[in-house]
Every structure is written in structure tokens, then in C-alpha cells.
Design a protein around this ligand. Structure first.
Ligand code: AMP
Ligand code: ZN
Length: 113
């Protein structure tokens, strides 16, 4: 996908601080962290948002969550973490490539909105 920031990160055209990579997904540190640990986990394939997911993506999404669980152990997020995926304008999505925020390292407000 041309002109997609996260596709450019996947290709290596834009640098990122990678914490995990395999054939289908990539995890890197958010450039503007909202918590002491703020990782973005993305599929390498361009998918615009959660709204575009179909049955063909079920294995991919399952894999991404398994990676998140693995990362939470490797990064020592023993006190918990939050996974957020913004989809669309009302949710405040600013990058149109599916991504999962993994936030940790401080107590977070239980309210989501
Ligand atoms: P969202 O607002 O949910 O679409 O999240 C997009 C996230 O991407 C924001 O938290 C940004 O700080 C982050 N971001 C934008 N550009 C970069 C970049 N070049 N490297 C890492 N994170 C980025
Ligand atoms: Zn993309």
C-alpha cells in the first residue's frame, strides 16, 4: 500500500525501534509513548482497521494476540497491560493500518471513554 506509514515501517523505509518480528507481524515502540511501555503490534499485510477484518484474518489476529502474550512476558509486564485498537474517526485512529497498542507500566483509568 503506497503512502501508508506503517507499510513503510514494515518495508524498512522508515526506521522503527523493533521489539519483535516474524513473517506476518511486527512490533515496535510507539514514537509518542502514552505509558512507560507503549508498543504497537501490526500485521505486515496492509489492513486498514479492525473494521476490514474477515474470516480470512482469524489466524492472523489469533497469532498477533499470542505474540502480545509472549511480549508481555519478555518485557516483564507482570502488573498488567492494556491492548487497544482504534478503528475510525470517532475512535481517534490516525494511522490507517491496523495496529494494536500495548500499554503498560502505570495504573490506567478503568474507564475507556
Ligand atoms: P492511532 O492514533 O490509534 O491510529 O495510533 C497511531 C500511533 O502511531 C500513535 O500512537 C502514534 O504515536 C504512532 N506513530 C506515528 N508515527 C509513528 C512512527 N513513525 N513510529 C512509531 N509510532 C508512530
Ligand atoms: Zn499499511
Amino acid at each position: 500500500m503506497e503512502d501508508c506509514l506503517f507499510c513503510s515501517i514494515v518495508k524498512g523505509d522508515i526506521p522503527s525501534t523493533k521489539v519483535y518480528e516474524d513473517d506476518v507481524c511486527l512490533a515496535f515502540r510507539d514514537i509518542n509513548p502514552l505509558a512507560p511501555t507503549h508498543i504497537l503490534v501490526i500485521p505486515k499485510e496492509h489492513i486498514a482497521s479492525c473494521a476490514e477484518l474477515g474470516e480470512e484474518h482469524e489466524a492472523l489476529i489469533g497469532h498477533i494476540f499470542t505474540v502480545i502474550a509472549k511480549l508481555s512476558k519478555e518485557l516483564g509486564l507482570k502488573d498488567g497491560f492494556r491492548v487497544v485498537s482504534n478503528s475510525g474517526i470517532d475512535a481517534g485512529q490516525t494511522v490507517g493500518h491496523l495496529h494494536f497498542h500495548v500499554l503498560a507500566g502505570k495504573p490506567m483509568n478503568a474507564k475507556m471513554v
